[in-house]
Structures are given as C-alpha cells and as structure tokens.
Design a protein around this ligand. Structure first.
Ligand SMILES: C[S@@+](CC[C@H](N)C(=O)[O-])C[C@H]1O[C@@H](n2cnc3c(N)ncnc32)[C@H](O)[C@@H]1O
Length: 190
C-alpha cells in the first residue's frame, strides 16, 4: 500500500484523521469538486461543507459532482473568493482545505494569489475550533506559485508554537518544485 503518493492524498489522509461526523468544514478552493465531495463524505449527513471558488466553471463543475454524489443537502457552494470566508461562515469550523494554484483543465492564468490566500488563511485560523486544522496543498512550479509561497511562508513560520502546530509534509527525493502539504493545527485551548 502506498502511504503518501502525492500532496493531495496526504492532505486527504490528514483530513480523514481530524474530521468527524457532524463537523463543519470549508473547501477554500472548490475547483472541480473532488475535495468538496471527499470532505462531504467525511462529515456525513449531519455535517456541512462550505465550498468557495471565484470561477463560474469551477462552481458548475463542483455542483455537478456534488449532485452526482447525492450530497447537495450538506454542501453550500459559494461563488466568491475564500478571502471573504467570514461573510459566509460564522460558526467554529473543524477544517479548512486549500488546494492552491489553477483549475486543472481550466485557464492556467487564473490562480490563487499571494495576498488573498494569506488573508483567507488568517481568517480561517480565527474560525477554527480547538484542535481544528488548516490544510494547504502548495504548488511552486507554475508562474506565480513560488511568489505565493514566499508570501505565506513567513506568516506560517512565525505562528506562536503555544497556539499552533505548523508542519510541512514534503517529498525529499523529488524536485524542489514538487507539490507539498502544510498542516496548521490550532492547539491553543488544549
Ligand atoms: C487547484 S484548483 C482546486 C482543485 C479542487 N480542490 C478540486 O478538488 O478539484 C484551485 C482553484 O482555486 C480557485 N481560486 C483561485 N483564487 C481563488 C480565491 N480567491 N478564492 C477561492 N478560490 C480561488 C481557482 O479558480 C481554482 O479552481
């Protein structure tokens, strides 16, 4: 059995460890809806997912995938940037998943951006319940990806260790631009 074949499956593995039935969870970058459906299955019928994307194409694709999986009643699809998360979500959340970069099969020029990604991470951390987690799949290989990482890395590095565990999951035997996963767990009240 392959334990960690790629950054997205590491992120899914971590989500599966932390998410429980009935939780509220955010997919910050809905894209084609794969992560949204995965998370919706983890929270069960009593849970709720908020899935954000700025692209009409991604919203339609996510909606289609959610309907096919018969998960509409637990998924709220929001056509807006994740930096506006606090306009839509005001209850404590267990997990926020970011899968950064561009929409696979879509316009590679529409990418997550340094300033809005950082703003969304900051707002997500404020919404986390105790032991809640922010997961990021980070891509530095496309134009703009390295700049995005350079914007968020200092912030993540400086998070106080008494309140947050910040862990990087990265292949050592791949190129420097190989995607990697970041996990931030809020441990402040433990
Ligand atoms: C790598 S894709 C996500 C893949 C997706 N999670 C899936 O399972 O298919 C990144 C997505 O982020 C979206 N995006 C870019 N900027 C955004 C923003 N400010 N807020 C929300 N989504 C954004 C893009 O439109 C794109 O669909």
């Amino acid at each position: 059995m392959k334990l960690a074949p790629n950054a997205v499956s590491i992120s899914h593995m971590l989500a599966r460890q932390i998410v429980e039935i009935g939780d509220t969870v955010v997919d910050a970058t809905a894209g084609n809806g794969h992560d949204t459906v995965y998370l919706a299955q983890l929270v069960g019928p009593s849970g709720q997912i908020y899935a954000f994307d700025i692209q009409e194409e991604a919203i339609l694709s996510t909606h289609q995938r959610v309907v096919l999986a018969n998960l509409e009643s637990r998924v709220n699809i929001i056509h807006d940037g994740h930096q506006n998360i606090d306009k839509y979500v005001n209850q404590p959340i267990k997990l926020v998943m970011f899968n950064l970069g561009y929409l696979p099969g879509g316009d590679k020029k529409i990418i997550t951006k340094p300033t809005t990604t950082l703003e969304a991470i900051k707002k997500s951390l404020k919404l986390l319940e105790s032991d809640g987690v922010v997961l990021l799949t980070v891509y530095t290989g496309h134009p703009g990806g390295q700049e995005e990482w350079e914007k968020i890395q200092p912030y993540l590095t400086e998070l106080p260790k008494e309140q947050y565990d910040v862990v990087m999951y990265k292949h050592l035997n791949r190129s420097l631009s190989h995607p990697f996963t970041i996990m931030v767990q809020y441990i402040g009240n433990s």
